[in-house]
Design a protein around this ligand. Structure first.
Ligand code: ZN
Length: 430
């Protein structure tokens, strides 16, 4: 099946060969950062590590972690490991909680990005005859640019519409015959909502067949809603500005998340102790960029919780499989001694007939702990039906079934919660 993989020699190499390649690249990387960057040299010297101590992949555990605080301390270009003159493109995170994280790329880094994104989109099913509406926001954010590079490398047509102006998204989607949509899952639902208001049926009046979504945590239940509403297959992408942007992890046709581990070496650690966990155990994801030049990250702590397994996938890829992200450790809430992730509440709400895709979790701080409540918009039809008390009780019951915790649910009128054209704000603090 030559068609199935973008680069079958990399995606289906025997695992022993993959490990050999990772070790070779790790050795080169460690040597490079040690000789080219003051921060890394200092860090290695303090840990009494010499670059030549990397004899096995396990030796990576001797290297101290790289954290977001480190990146901020060296803002904007302190961690660059090439000459500034070699950088041809720069991106940055939104920086909502402090200084943004800067992602500089050499020409080879840009080529690598296009390659891993082409590989990922190809695995999702994107082909050269597809028309991809790129509704991620263009700008410093990596999303739109990564998807554009990968889709163009495949030879697909990219509609560079950016996010927002939803009415226009709908016109363009119909007129240009878009077959694939790239944006956050919540924005795809907002586009569907506006299309319906215009009297269109999203699953019938468009040529869309594929959704390539990311930049947002969403539950499997939400995925089913998106697929049904649009009549498409929806795939998940995972990446970070600190690593390259999107292109680190993406799904095959079996909806298994494969890590591009020949370029991004993954580990899972206990977020409390920093100890490396076994395959299959859930913890914090840590990544090392094995081949990036301008801004390599060694053992970057993502704060995202997931597990990794080496199980074989029917698609034939041997790249390790990552579970869906359970949540960021920052999003974890402790309520009456119970650990709660927003994704668990979303999964519970999606079980209730008549719930729309719009909800908000309201956190109220009480000392060291929080009290939680949930505001939910029902569908228009369910709202008109009335008996909203019953509806609230049902939603509370589903949450209780999953969390064993009573969380009050309040029904609010449809279209109360502000819609987002990027990442939806699911948790608010009052
Ligand atoms: Zn697979």
């Amino acid at each position: 099946m030559p068609e199935k993989m973008w680069d079958s020699s990399s995606e289906s190499m025997p695992s022993s060969q993959l490990k050999e390649l990772q070790l070779k690249r790790l050795k080169e990387l460690v040597h490079r950062v040690y000789t080219k960057n003051k921060y890394y040299k200092k860090k290695f010297d303090e840990a009494k590590l010499k670059p030549n101590t990397m004899r096995t992949l396990k030796d990576i555990e001797k290297i101290p972690f790289l954290t977001k605080q480190d990146l901020r301390a060296y803002y904007p270009f302190g961690l660059v490991c090439t000459e500034l003159d070699e950088i041809i493109e720069v991106h940055a995170s939104s920086g909502t909680t402090g200084k943004p994280v800067v992602g500089p790329y050499t020409r080879n880094d840009v080529e690598l990005w296009a390659e891993v994104m082409a590989r990922s989109l190809w695995a999702n099913g994107l082909r050269s005859n597809d028309v991809m509406q790129n509704a991620y926001g263009y700008g410093l954010f990596t999303g739109a640019h990564g998807f554009e590079k990968g889709a163009q490398k495949i030879g697909a047509m990219v509609i560079t519409i950016s996010s927002g102006n939803t009415e226009r998204q709908i016109d363009v989607m119909r007129d240009f015959g878009a077959t694939a949509l790239a944006c956050t899952p919540s924005y795809s639902l907002h586009i569907a909502e506006v299309a319906e208001e215009k009297g269109l049926a999203p699953s019938e009046d468009f040529l869309l067949r594929l959704g390539v979504f990311g930049a947002e945590a969403w539950s499997e239940e939400m995925r089913k809603n998106v697929e049904k509403r649009w009549g498409i297959v929806a795939h998940e992408h995972y990446g970070l500005t600190e690593l390259i942007g999107p292109g680190v992890v993406s799904e095959c046709e079996n909806k298994k998340l494969h890590i591009n581990a020949d370029h991004f070496y993954p580990e899972v650690i206990d977020p409390k102790t920093g100890e490396t966990l076994e395959s299959g155990e859930e913890g914090e994801l840590v990544f090392t960029t094995l081949t990036k030049e301008a801004f390599p990250a060694i053992r970057f702590r993502t704060k995202d919780l997931a597990s990794i397994s080496d199980e074989a996938c029917e698609c034939g890829r041997t790249l390790p499989i990552q579970s869906r992200i359970k949540g960021r450790s920052d999003d974890m809430m402790k309520v009456k001694g119970v650990i709660v992730f927003p994704s668990q509440i979303e999964a519970a709400l999606m079980q209730v007939a008549g719930v729309s895709d719009n909800y908000q979790i309201v956190k109220t701080r009480q000392g060291d702990s929080y009290s939680l409540s949930v505001e939910v918009e029902p569908s228009e039809a369910r709202f008109r039906e009335g008996h909203l008390d019953d509806f609230e009780r049902r939603a509370e019951g589903e949450i209780y079934r999953i969390l064993n915790l009573h969380v009050p649910v309040h029904i609010i009128p449809p279209k109360t919660i502000p819609r987002s054209t990027g990442k939806a704000k699911r948790v608010i603090e009052r």
